[in-house]
Design a protein. Structure first.
Length: 282
């Protein structure tokens, strides 16, 4: 039994690492395109520099900016989940804060020829303003184009099984229906098909079953379509939970979590608490 669990955990860990690498490479590719575009465009007075200098400079700014602004999303998710603060306010505060180290980096890269001479406060504030504009715009683009999947607030999915299905002939073989489901088809056979929860992780959705979990390259809202025959609902912007999988409800102050098999806990958004009570979940 122990060796089987270890063998299952190893592929899950590898899939997590592979998902991280794929997401990182995708993000860096996007930042490369943005850096090249700004290098050719030459905004904020850099057009006076040669093309080669502009390209190298803006690529460096793009990669450093990625390191400064990318962690903001994790902080926003944490603040929304644990502190129940508005997401838009968290993003604004995060971008304002991330622009500070980015401004320092820009000033440092711009003073490589004379590292011991730093500009005055007026130039520093002007640089911060420019950095804030570019950093905020790039962050907005990432969220708008879906590179960050945690954008728009999602509504609850229907809890009725098969309510919106077209009156088509049902396949006589249940296994054939399982194979026709893209979400189930992406899961290793060892995990079975008893889905208890879906959890959004960056560009992927983690599918939790009674036997373990696996990352699948799919958006959460698309994955929820493939579990529409299971009675459940989206209890948080990053979680969908099957109703029969809820074993207990844990409350810590204003925070509410649904306890699932295996000690798994799904957070409940504050706006969903009253609806879950009305539906008899809590």
């Amino acid at each position: 039994m122990t060796s089987t669990s270890g063998n299952m955990a190893q592929p899950q860990e590898l899939s997590r690492k592979a998902a991280f690498v794929r997401g990182l490479l995708t993000d860096l590719a996007v930042m490369t395109v943005i850096g090249l575009f700004l290098g050719v465009l030459g905004p904020f007075g850099t057009i006076d520099q040669s093309l080669g200098v502009r390209l190298v400079s803006w690529l460096a700014f793009a990669y450093v900016g990625y390191a400064c602004y990318r962690p903001v999303e994790k902080l926003v998710d944490w603040g929304e989940r644990e502190l129940h603060l508005p997401r838009i306010g968290l993003w604004l505060a995060g971008v304002l804060l991330a622009s500070l180290p980015m401004t320092v980096a820009v000033l440092a890269l711009g003073n490589l020829h004379d590292p011991f001479r730093w500009p005055g406060l007026d130039i520093a504030l002007t640089s911060y303003f420019y950095v804030l504009i570019v950093g905020g715009a790039v962050t907005f683009i990432f969220n708008l184009l879906g590179f960050s999947q945690k954008g728009a607030h999602a509504t609850s999915m229907p809890t009725r099984k098969g309510a919106s299905e077209a009156p088509e002939p049902r396949a006589p073989d249940a296994s054939a229906a399982v194979r026709a489901n893209p979400l189930l088809d992406a899961l290793p056979p060892a995990l079975g098909s008893d889905i208890i929860a879906l959890e959004m992780e960056d560009h992927y959705v983690r599918v939790h079953t009674a036997l373990g979990s696996e990352l699948v390259l799919m958006r959460l809202r698309d994955a929820m379509v493939h579990v529409s025959e299971i009675e459940g609902r989206q209890v948080h912007r990053s979680w969908w939970v099957a109703r029969l999988a809820v074993e207990d409800v844990r409350r810590e102050g204003r925070n509410v979590r649904l306890v699932l098999p295996g000690g798994l806990e799904a957070p409940v958004a504050r706006a969903q608490v009253s609806e879950l009570k009305g539906a008899g979940w809590l």
